[in-house]
Design a protein around this ligand. Structure first.
Ligand code: PA5
Length: 434
């Protein structure tokens, strides 16, 4: 299984061998474009090399810096939006206790981690400012452009606060900046104030930046083994480079989703039965949404957390318009070891489940739902993750990054730009400058 494997059984009756054969040439073209680095957006392919061409010095500096942050802060605030926070939030959630920020430091073993600068809510910022008033704080502000409004507003607010609290020099020792190596307002502020800086490479876009300091520094602060994440991604970069469809699950996934799209299945639901995957699903949505939604084309990426959303979206998935397909993330090994207790009176009638692991019950819900969805006309594939560890999650990250690039090339759009996001920004700035 090698940590990650895909089961396409639930897609078989929706995709014929003939359709696969007819579309194989598109996959070959997409593979060649990536391999020869001559496709659309080919100046943004740095993500492909991140796991293999590592900057060991930078990794050491990230780890040292993470230790310093752990020693100096009760609360570590990551200020960023879109690709500048989703990857870090996704991975930190996966490896953290579900109640991490409520645990005492002795159990958590790192500062409380809070994400900010990913909205324009006054309530959120007011609550944050009040929450950190009596706490020691460190900030990592992350923005490739250095001009994005949401993190800029939050950063200015926190910078003023920290300077009042620790003085200008004291604040500078608690502010860490991840941005472009030479341009942008954030870069200039960081230089002027001598903040510790980390660079987002020119050839890596925001949504492909989780394996740069954008994701690695916050992960290291949360005691995640960043080298294991990179090792997993490196393994995936070799594993998913085989042009033969039968030997490459990443390419099968990319091709099948495009075949389904051409048959009117233009919504993909990424589902997980583990709530800590919620932000991984958000990361996936951004990756595919910003990469594929162009030229009035694209598969609309959505996500559901199950079984929770079976009580909200279940009906729609089962019997709504048949324009959807589903990809399920399933973790095989359970380490929670919690069983349903038996009771003498059995008032709630649940003794038929007594002494069964909760994960076993969850897995039966998953199996039952999977069958119901396939029977109900939803093509479904399952991504099986053997065990929830850094190595396998590193593989999963690279799997989706590569699948997204290949899929966008099959769709004939540039995976690495996002011209559409300028439209709302222009209107907003016109209104704000009035
Ligand atoms: O993928 C992208 O490029 C975007 O989602 C960006 O990550 C997001 O807009 C934040 O941009 P920046 O890092 O420049 O603040």
């Amino acid at each position: 299984m090698q940590g990650l494997s895909l089961d396409f059984t639930g897609m078989k009756k929706f995709i014929s061998d003939e359709e696969i054969n007819q579309n194989l040439y598109k996959l070959n073209h997409a593979h060649n474009k990536l391999e020869q680095r001559n496709g659309l957006g080919n100046d943004m392919l740095g993500w492909m090399d991140l796991p293999t061409k590592r900057d060991e010095e930078e990794i050491s500096r990230i780890k040292e810096c993470a230790k310093r942050i752990q020693n100096q802060a009760d609360v570590f605030i990551i200020v960023g939006i879109g690709g500048s926070y989703l990857g870090a939030k996704a991975i930190i959630d996966l490896f953290s206790n579900s109640f991490s920020n409520m645990l005492p430091l002795s159990e958590r073993k790192h500062p409380q981690i809070i994400f900010a600068g990913n909205n324009l809510s006054g309530k959120y910022l007011r609550n944050l400012v009040e929450y950190i008033a009596d706490k020691d704080v460190a900030i990592n502000v992350i923005s490739k452009s250095g001009t994005t409004l949401e993190p800029a507003i939050t950063f200015r607010t926190l910078k003023v606060l920290l300077e009042e609290k620790y003085g200008i020099r004291g604040a500078a020792e608690r502010i860490y900046v991840t941005t472009d190596k030479e341009k942008g307002i954030l870069h200039d502020i960081a230089k002027e104030n001598e903040y510790e800086m980390f660079v987002i490479p020119d050839d890596v876009g925001g949504r492909y930046s989780v394996l740069t300091p954008v994701g690695l520094l916050p992960m290291a602060v949360a005691n995640i083994e960043i080298e294991d994440i990179l090792d997993g991604a490196q393994f995936a970069s070799f594993r998913y480079n085989n042009r033969k469809l039968e030997a490459n699950d990443c390419y099968r996934y990319a091709l099948y989703r495009n075949i389904l799209y051409n048959k009117g299945k233009d919504i993909e639901i990424l589902a997980s039965y583990e709530p800590s995957f919620q932000y991984f699903i958000e990361w996936f949505k951004q990756l595919f949404g910003e990469s594929e939604g162009k030229n009035h084309k694209g598969i609309f990426p959505v996500g559901v957390n199950l079984t929770t959303d079976l009580h909200s979206m279940g009906q729609m998935i089962q019997e709504g318009k048949r324009n959807i397909f589903e990809t399920v993330l399933e973790v095989k090994v359970d380490r929670s070891f919690i069983k349903l207790p038996s009771t003498e009176d059995n008032k709630d009638g649940l003794n038929y489940l007594a002494n069964k692991e909760i994960d076993y019950i969850n897995k039966q819900a998953y199996k039952g739902t999977l069958k119901a969805h396939i029977d109900g006309g939803v093509p479904t594939c399952v991504i099986e993750i053997e065990d929830l560890n850094e190595y396998n999650i590193g593989q999963l990250i690279y799997f989706f990054e590569k699948a997204c690039a290949i899929s966008a090339y099959i769709l004939d759009v540039n995976p690495f730009n996002q011209p559409g996001v300028e439209a709302y920004k222009k209107n907003m700035m016109d209104l704000l400058k009035k």
